[in-house]
Design a protein. Structure first.
Length: 196
């Protein structure tokens, strides 16, 4: 994952170094970051999550139009280490608490992008009704579950595998549910939800 994104990550390092310079110079006068500076920090997100909401590759989740509370919680979890992701734990450290909230609100208000070409509609697999309790009938999300409809198959199946394997433990219900599902069933569910 990290090697795979290396050209993007090194590009971002350059951008962040540029952002860090004026901040350090201004250290003598402590002040909250300006809106312009926060906006520039969010531009960095587009390098991977896409400047039109379509991520640069299918292993990166769509965040445009995602549930705001879910986005806030994920940023928090990346920072605390409750959700393990080398790139995101590093990214989130560039944002203050207030900027994390602003980022979540900003991306939640955007429109979810048109679905991935290649995601084909499939019939609802067995057991999918259990997921609709929290992710809503049409999987567009709402409390408590995030939107899953139209998220890429690659991202969904990997997220489900990580819960099942105990690698992602930031939600106990999801871990229990995914541990109980054979991988073939998780695969069918991921395909179905990505095609919605
Ligand atoms: C270098 C690429 C990269 C950059 C830049 C990046 N992200 Fe991410 N982001 C990822 C990847 C990869 C994941 C999936 C992490 C995982 O599950 O291991 C992710 C996951 C997320 C998630 C969780 C979404 C979900 O559905 O679970 C949020 C929220 C998020 N990123 C927000 C941001 C914000 C805000 C920024 C800018 C400050 C940002 N990202 C910058 C690659 C990136
Ligand atoms: C009890 C409520 C509940 C049920 C039932 C449930 N989920 Fe979830 N699900 C959640 C919550 C809450 C989250 C966000 C967890 C977190 O904070 O990371 C989530 C997260 C996810 C994610 C990760 C999304 C992302 O962007 O990272 C996937 C994939 C997922 N659920 C699939 C399913 C599937 C498939 C089922 C049915 C077998 C299911 N869920 C049933 C509540 C539920």
């Amino acid at each position: 994952m990290v090697n795979h994104h290396f050209p993007i990550v090194s590009g971002i390092l350059v951008v962040l170094a540029a952002l860090a310079a004026p901040a350090n110079a201004a250290q003598a006068v402590p002040s909250p970051s300006t809106p312009a500076e926060s906006g520039a920090k969010l531009l960095v997100c587009n390098a991977c999550h896409g400047d039109n909401g379509v991520p640069k590759d299918a292993t990166i989740p769509i965040i445009w139009g995602q549930q705001e509370n879910f986005l806030i919680k994920q940023l928090h979890d990346f920072q605390s280490g409750d959700r393990d992701s080398e790139v995101m734990s590093w990214m989130v450290k560039t944002l203050s608490q207030a900027e994390q909230g602003a980022a979540a609100a900003y991306f939640a208000k955007k429109n979810w992008p048109a679905r991935y070409a290649g995601a084909a509609a499939t019939p609802p697999p067995n057991g999918i009704a259990a997921c609709q309790i929290c992710h809503q009938q049409d999987f567009v999300g709402g409390l408590p579950g995030p939107r899953l409809a139209g998220q890429s198959y690659e991202y969904l199946v990997e997220a489900m595998r990580r819960y099942a394997g105990g690698e992602r433990t930031n939600n106990a219900d999801m871990v229990k549910l995914m541990e109980a599902l054979p991988s073939a069933e998780r695969d069918a569910m991921a395909r179905y939800m990505s095609g919605l």
